[in-house]
Design a binder for this molecule. Structure first.
Ligand code: ADP
Ligand code: MG
Length: 253
């Protein structure tokens, strides 16, 4: 049965998609069968793994709103062992449409049941909000991986995120836990970076991964080639750190 992990933080630009794509690819590189589910209407994980959004006929919107089988939308990516349930801009309507739907919180969970036996890991790339889509992801997941950008106000907003986790635990998914907190976009040249690392470690303690993701230009270039860092530049620092993160995640089996 797959281990299901949501990658979430309601702040945009903190490295959620970069982490979902490259952790997924690094786990696949380790021989694991991985499914990535894109639930952000921007579809950056989808295009970042080489799927042409213009050629996608049905996406995760159809799964959530029209009850299309998730099996019908899953497609291959540019990385072996890594599949994706894609998202396109169509998903932008789902947040409002779900509001009036029956069992709106459990739609993703129910659709994942069809494929959870086929994978070792299912990673969900969440949108930058705490709306119905994120609630669906949390309800479907065993745990949440929280990327935190090494910047001022890094911890800001995390109490809202943790409140949402508690609400989902109370009403839909009592087993939900924090998988880990990942420090991203670390810049060793500034004092700020190490201050933020200290602050986040003080707050989240042993839940913070030892692996810290530095700023690495190769990580920002890879998506425009439709490739994960493992396939774009395996010798880069970016590839090494996401492979180290994958090993930490695997240690926790
Ligand atoms: P989110 O999904 O949280 O909005 P992204 O993963 O899309 O964040 O990252 C935001 C931007 O920062 C993207 O342009 C991405 O390529 C870039 N980026 C993310 N992580 C790194 C990194 N470690 N080094 C350099 N650029 C990064
Ligand atoms: Mg994103």
């Amino acid at each position: 049965m797959a281990r299901i992990i949501s990658v979430a933080n309601q702040k945009g630009g903190v490295g959620k998609t970069t982490t979902t794509v490259n952790l997924g690819a690094a786990l696949a590189f380790e021989g694991k069968k991985v499914l990535l589910i894109d639930i952000d209407a921007q579809g950056n994980a989808t295009s970042g793994l080489g799927v042409k959004k213009a050629e996608v006929t049905e996406d995760i919107y159809d799964v959530l709103v029209n009850e299309t089988s998730i099996k019908e939308i899953i497609c291959d990516t540019t990385r072996e062992n890594l599949d994706i349930a894609p998202a396109t801009i169509q998903l932008a309507g789902a947040e409002i449409e779900l509001t009036s739907m029956m069992a709106r919180e459990t739609r993703l969970k129910n659709s994942i049941k069809e494929v959870e036996k086929d994978y070792d890991f299912i990673l969900i790339d969440c949108p930058p909000s705490l709306g119905h889509l994120t609630i669906n992801a949390f309800t479907a997941s065993h745990s949440i991986l929280i990327p935190v950008q090494c910047e001022y106000y890094a911890l800001e907003g995390l109490s809202q995120l943790l409140n949402t986790v508690r609400l989902v635990q109370k009403h839909f998914n009592p087993e939900l836990r924090i998988e880990g907190v990942l420090l991203t976009m670390y810049d060793a040249r500034t004092n700020l970076g190490s201050e933020v690392v200290g602050e986040v470690r003080k707050y989240f303690r042993e839940r913070v991964y030892d692996t810290i993701i530095p700023r690495n230009v190769r990580l920002s270039e890879a998506p425009s080639h439709g490739l994960s860092i493992v396939d774009y530049d395996r010798r880069s620092k970016g590839a090494a750190v996401y492979q180290a993160l994958a090993k930490e995640v695997l240690l926790d089996e």
